[in-house]
Design a binder for this molecule. Sequence first.
Ligand code: ADP
Ligand code: MG
Length: 333
Amino acid sequence: DYCYGGYHPVQVGDVFNKRYKVLSKLGWGYFSTVWLCIDLRSGRHVAVKVLKSGAGFTQAGQDELTLLRCASGPTARNPLKDRIVQLLDEFKIAGVNGIHICLVLELLGPDLRCWQVCFGNPGLSLTCVKHVITQVLEGLAYLHSHCKIIHTDIKPENILLCVTPQSSSHPPGDATQTYSTAIKTTLLQDPEAPRNLDNITVKIADLGSSCWVYKHFCQEIQTRQYRSLEVLLGSEYGPPADIWSVACLAFELVTGDSLFEPKAGPNFSLEEGDLRRIAVLRPWGLYEVLVEKYHLLLREASVFSDFLLQMLDFLPERRATAAQCLKHPWLKL
Ligand code: ADP
Ligand code: MG
């Protein structure tokens, strides 16, 4: 991937745009590598996302920039913008592999998937899950209604924790330990961490595959396990597709298991209202699953299944909106 049109080769100690000095690698994705940098002007730590340089990536990068500029930055005044990772600056690098768009983002902690790996499954207390889901819904209410943006990729990897490690565990310039390792170490050394983190703050990140409510870039959106029914069926989608993913996310954070495990291949289709190639269906209601398999208390199971089912309505237009979900009693229970 480090070839023409691909990733830009980066070394610890490099200075981007005469301003952002690279301390270590934070992560990478299909589109980019992401670096922990120190802003030499303000002394602040930031994350710099360096996109691949190929034509398709440059277009995708421009789209990501436009979406991020709309959702964050000093011009957005809505306080809920803080539920979305903030864009601080942007620049381009001309490197050996081409021209790379770079996004300077506020520095966040590890994602929720790392968390599950850290603390074992499911790992988060119910109180903590409710805080996380509330903040994700607030972020989506803002994206959907205020920005007219569909995130299209809500999943644990794209929900980042706002925690910063003790400065001693990550002296600037120490490249032997990655930033997320430093945070994990900090969290794991604290036996009270899971409970202390009941008041955790999270943000929605990665607008790299997001689109406008009225302008889509791609027909097949979302990661398989979080993919809404309308997208699986190749039908029209809108903001309700994100709400479906939130239901999958909430179920997974509470139980440690995926709600759906759709398999690739033509083993599922609908024709004239009938399910094809499924000989026997053994329905097991969500409430019963929560009680019998996951041993939730009856009241908790009843309110939680009600919360989830309003987000899993087969008809996107009947699905609860983010603002409606935020009023649900499960979040206050
Ligand atoms: P891609 O579009 O290539 O998938 P992402 O935006 O998902 O890129 O970033 C890739 C990885 O980099 C993330 O999974 C995360 O580990 C890390 N990362 C991204 N943004 C930040 C940030 N603001 N702070 C800390 N880590 C980040
Ligand atoms: Mg990503």
